[in-house]
Design a protein around this ligand. Structure first.
Ligand SMILES: Cc1cc2nc3c(=O)[nH]c(=O)nc-3n(C[C@H](O)[C@H](O)[C@H](O)COP(=O)(O)OP(=O)(O)OC[C@H]3O[C@@H](n4cnc5c(N)ncnc54)[C@H](O)[C@@H]3O)c2cc1C
Ligand code: SF4
Length: 317
């Protein structure tokens, strides 16, 4: 691991200012992703600003009838919260499908949204990777790509966003709140938060350097049956090949978001409009522009079948 300096910030503004003024600085939350990447020298920050002492670990009711989740609320606390379990079940289920109990105790809401891809070449510093080393090339294109993207990819990167929670946040229309070094705040709809790779695959999201996530806000509950189904190579402790987060209503309408298929949670509202016609019709629209590699093509039928299983579960429940 490369050497680095370390500081514990006392306020959000202080944390944002400390990172903003130092090129190569990063925030440190639970450390479950960043420290792994540092040990492998995939990420080599020169300065870590630890945000764990900031008072951002509360879940509060909002005046509009929703919830405001502090950036440092752990995955365990969020999925155990009675309001989340009652009104936002898709979120509790998606979090519980991820990682392990120990990791969820440390992992934070903000850190989870910002976890980096699990493309094997991103982790292998001997291989070209535009996301890790911009301009070096993409070893996955023409390489091992079975678990990578089928849609929204570019000629520079075909990686997927690996997390579970973000798909639930996307069907719930969450908003990410931030503060920067000047104290200016931003509210970013989750739909606009994660990026497609385009010609800048090194940028996973729209945050500026030194912009700190302070909270994620959920709008009032929308009712319905909340489901999360994750298909993976082994039954636990693995990332999704395909996942589906869904909130389904009795009349067959609903919201769905696919994970494991793109560089961001993949929700297509036009596909939701035909959900009452069934999974095949909805998936045909959601994946109309798919460009899978041969190795990842199976994900298209897997996504359709996973959605069909979710719809069947919704009708049964
Ligand atoms: C073995 C293993 C299995 C896993 N399996 C799954 C899984 O199945 N599903 C899943 O979803 N996840 C899985 N994970 C990933 C895990 O959920 C993430 O590592 C975790 O959520 C990251 O949160 P953290 O608080 O530890 O983030 P950190 O590692 O501390 O930070 C991650 C990134 O977020 C930035 N950051 C942190 N907080 C802020 C903030 N407030 N504002 C701005 N930037 C910030 C950091 O600078 C860093 O770039 C797994 C991890 C491991 C190690
Ligand atoms: S797919 Fe993206 S993350 Fe993977 S090697 Fe190519 S550029 Fe790197």
């Amino acid at each position: 691991m490369k050497s680095f300096t370390y500081e514990r910030a006392r306020t959000p503004a202080e944390a944002a200012a400390a990172v903003a003024r130092t090129p190569g600085a990063k925030f440190l939350a639970g450390g479950t992703n960043l420290l792994d990447l540092m040990k492998l020298e995939v990420e080599t920050p020169t300065y870590l600003v630890d945000v764990q002492d900031l008072a951002l670990d509360r879940i509060e009711n909002t005046g509009e009838g929703g919830l405001r989740i502090g950036a440092l609320v752990s995955n365990t606390a969020l999925s155990a919260d009675m309001r989340v379990r009652r009104d936002y079940g898709v979120l509790a289920r998606a979090i519980q499908a991820g990682a392990s109990g120990q990791l969820r105790n440390k992992a934070t809401t903000a850190g989870n949204l910002l976890q980096r891809t699990r493309c094997p070449y991103f982790y292998d510093t001997a291989m070209p990777c535009n996301k890790r080393a911009p301009g070096s090339g993409c070893a996955a294109i023409g390489g091992y790509s079975r678990q990578l993207a089928v849609i929204g990819s570019s000629d520079t990167c075909i990686a997927t966003y690996p997390g579970d929670m973000a798909q639930a946040m996307r069907v719930l229309d969450a908003t990410v709140e931030t503060v920067n070094a000047r104290g200016a705040t931003r509210a970013i709809p989750i739909a606009d938060f994660h990026r497609l790779p385009g010609d800048k695959p090194e940028r996973d999201n729209v945050l500026a350097h030194g912009e700190l996530i302070t909270a994620v806000t959920l709008p009032p509950p929308i009712g319905g049956t909340h489901l999360y189904r994750k298909v993976r190579d082994r039954a636990s402790y693995a990332f999704a090949l395909v996942s589906v987060a869904a909130v389904l209503q009795r009349d067959g309408t609903g919201r769905v978001c696919f994970g494991g298929v793109a560089h961001k949670p993949w929700r297509v509202e036009a596909a939701e409009a035909v959900l009452p016609k069934g999974a095949r019709a909805a998936a045909a629209i959601a994946f109309a522009d798919a460009r899978p590699t041969e190795a990842a093509r199976f994900k298209l039928s897997l996504a359709t079948r996973t959605l069909a299983a979710v719809i069947a579960e919704g009708k049964a429940g």
